[in-house]
Design a binder for this molecule. Structure first.
Ligand code: SF4
Ligand code: SF4
Length: 197
């Protein structure tokens, strides 16, 4: 993991995770200043009632960094991902037709969500971009009218596009991945199985 991390973050000069999320984290702080936050919510957006998040290989690598994965605990994480995938039937892809070249997005409770005050167990500066861009818009809303800030997410993506494209291409070639985005547990499991076979 250390070597891969070094290769991706140093050799490719990949922008550090916190910098890549700067716009999104700043907006969350702005909302919190206006008393618009997730502090009292049960975390609806992380559960199968609303979550269908898909992430890139680079975002999956960021999650692994947040979890401090090692040879000692990798198997435990792999088993958790497999259980989650099985439970929400994420391995059973439903095609939207030959012409669509895409699959039905499924909802699932994120394996990194812990009900209660803890909520998400991934460090803020390493969370998927889509998670950071999905926020409440009203004070004391508690999850009823939250939505993604697509303009902000797009602005972030555009500002880091060449750098992230290189990093994702590097990971895809390294592990011969044929996908650009997958559900969180599937993306994390694929990387775990390559890094800790
Ligand atoms: S990574 Fe965190 S914020 Fe994103 S869906 Fe999972 S638990 Fe929720
Ligand atoms: S974004 Fe909305 S649904 Fe998700 S934890 Fe915050 S308040 Fe709850």
């Amino acid at each position: 993991m250390k070597n891969l991390e070094k290769k991706i973050y140093d050799d490719l000069k990949t922008i550090p995770p916190k910098k890549r999320r700067e716009l999104l984290i700043r907006e969350m702080a702005n909302l919190t200043d206006k008393n618009i936050h997730c502090f009292k919510c049960t975390g609806t957006c992380c559960t199968m009632s609303a979550n269908s998040m898909q992430i890139t290989p680079l975002e999956a690598l960021d999650i692994l960094l947040s979890l401090n994965i090692s040879a000692e605990n990798a198997n435990e994480f792999k088993e958790n991902m497999k259980e989650n995938i099985k439970h929400y039937r994420l391995d059973n892809e439903i095609s939207l037709g030959k012409k669509a070249h895409t699959h039905l997005r499924k909802t699932y409770t994120c394996p990194f969500f812990v009900p209660g005050p803890k909520g998400c167990t991934i460090k803020k500066e390493l969370k998927p971009y889509g998670c950071l861009g999905f926020n409440p818009r009203l004070e004391e809303d508690n999850g009823s009218q939250c939505h993604s800030d697509f303009n902000l997410l797009e602005a972030r993506e555009v500002s880091h596009l060449p750098n992230e494209t290189d990093a994702n291409a590097y990971i895809k070639i390294l592990y011969q991945l044929n996908w650009n985005k997958l559900e969180i547990p599937k993306a994390v499991l694929v990387l775990l199985e390559h890094i800790y076979p």
